[in-house]
Design a protein around this ligand. Structure first.
Ligand code: NAD
Ligand code: TYD
Length: 349
């Protein structure tokens, strides 16, 4: 039996990764480590929580002692590290949390892995999950490749860039076997409604304004979350140690076009008159330092590992809307309490 540690498994992407590994690899014992911040929700994993090969550990990766204790109790074969503070707007309001979790937390895990694996280092793998935002912002031309120099612009992306640098440094300095992937914007079920798509789905459902930052002309490259989880599976099992893989579906959308498409889908699903959701669009002050465009060149993972996205965007968007509309209790639960306060501060309501 192999022991795999997945960090941040109660979050959006992590829960899809945990589900995939628990269901697909019965010979793995999957340990989900999560602090359960506002973004972590064990409801995301109800369908696998009783599986024999699933275990949950409530730990803060910033707590060095707790991380070392865990690694003294378990010899993990590998780690897939997703735990992070992940929302750009929150990083603008409160950068320190991002430095603690994303940088200090990652280095705690690197130190514990290095110590635990010192006698047979090459039998293990530390897989660090990162973002395309570390590359900065593109103007209209070109793509981010694995060779694009880092140029992070927000406190979030700076903290992820810092963690990526530490992971590479531990490979170069101590020979820790690592692999890194940098993925584009994910969408799909279980995403916390502070990110664009679930926020707007929830607001349309409640007839609330849709706060479009600036003119809505920023461009993002969208990938269905299950396709990201499949890519992580491929990289964990077939990726080359020391390498970086960019993940994306060559699926760029200008925010305003994406929002209008979402409005159309929502009108349709909710049986509302065509055009009624679009009337909720409200232009608000732009995000500080708002990156103009992200676009991933995913040729390396496609050609070297044979990964391909499985869904067309329109199909993925419909699936996503269907999920939120049939899981309204999930939405209501996560948007109660502290969420209201966040919303008020962020959008001034
Ligand atoms: P998320 O915010 O939904 O989930 C993060 C999880 O980490 C939560 O369960 C939270 O409880 C946990 N966590 C936070 N701080 C912790 C700590 N100190 N100790 C232990 N657990 C902690 O994030 P997500 O969108 O699922 O992103 C997961 C990873 O993927 C992140 O590393 C993010 O940078 C990366 N990523 C995200 C996207 C995206 O579009 N969402 C795209 C590319 C890469
Ligand atoms: P977001 O989902 O926060 O992801 P990221 O900033 O990591 O790309 O935002 C996606 C895009 O949508 C980004 O250009 C900012 C924009 N946006 C809005 O216009 N209004 C909003 O309320 C939010 C949350 C995002």
């Amino acid at each position: 039996m192999k022991k795999l540690l997945i960090t941040g498994g109660a979050g959006f992407i992590g829960s899809h990764v945990v589900r995939l590994f628990v269901n697909k690899y019965k010979d793995y014992q999957v340990y989900n480590l999560d602090k359960l911040t506002y973004a972590g929700n064990l409801e995301n994993l109800r369908d696998v929580e009783n599986a024999d090969n699933y275990h949950f550990l409530k730990i803060d990766i910033v707590d060095e002692e707790a991380v070392f204790k865990l690694f003294s109790e378990h010899r993990f074969d590998g780690i897939i590290h997703l735990a992070a503070e992940s929302h750009v707007d929150r990083s603008i309001a409160n950068p320190m949390e991002f430095i603690y979790t994303n940088i200090v937390g990652t280095v705690n895990l690197l130190n514990a892995a290095r110590q635990s694996w010192k006698d047979d280092m090459d039998q293990h793998l530390f897989y660090h999950v990162s973002t395309d935002e570390v590359y900065g912002s593109l103007d209209d031309g070109g793509y981010f490749t694995e060779e694009t120099p880092y140029d992070p612009q927000s406190p979030y992306s700076a903290s992820k860039a810092g963690s990526d640098h530490f992971v590479r440094a531990y490979h170069n300095t101590y020979g820790l076997p690592v692999v890194i992937s940098n993925c584009s914007n994910n969408y799909g079920p279980n995403q916390f409604p502070e990110k664009l798509l679930p926020l707007f789905i929830n607001n349309i459902r409640n007839n609330k304004p849709l706060p479009v930052y600036g003119k809505g002309d920023n461009v993002r490259d969208w990938l269905f979350v299950v396709d990201h989880a499949r890519a992580i599976d491929d990289i964990y099992h077939k990726g080359k140690v020391g390498e970086t893989y960019n993940i994306g579906g060559f699926n760029e959308w200008k925010n305003l076009d994406l929002i209008k498409l979402l409005c159309k889908v929502m009108d349709n699903k909710l049986g509302r008159e065509a055009g009624s959701s679009e009337k909720l669009i409200t232009y608000v002050k732009d995000r500080a330092g708002h990156d103009l465009r992200y676009a991933i060149d995913a040729n390396k993972i496609m050609h070297e590992l044979g990964w391909q996205p499985s869904l067309q965007f329109e199909e993925g968007l419909e699936k996503t809307v269907d999920w939120y509309l049939s899981n309204q209790t999930w939405l209501d639960n996560v948007t109660s309490g502290a969420y209201q306060q966040y919303y008020e501060v962020q959008y001034g309501e």
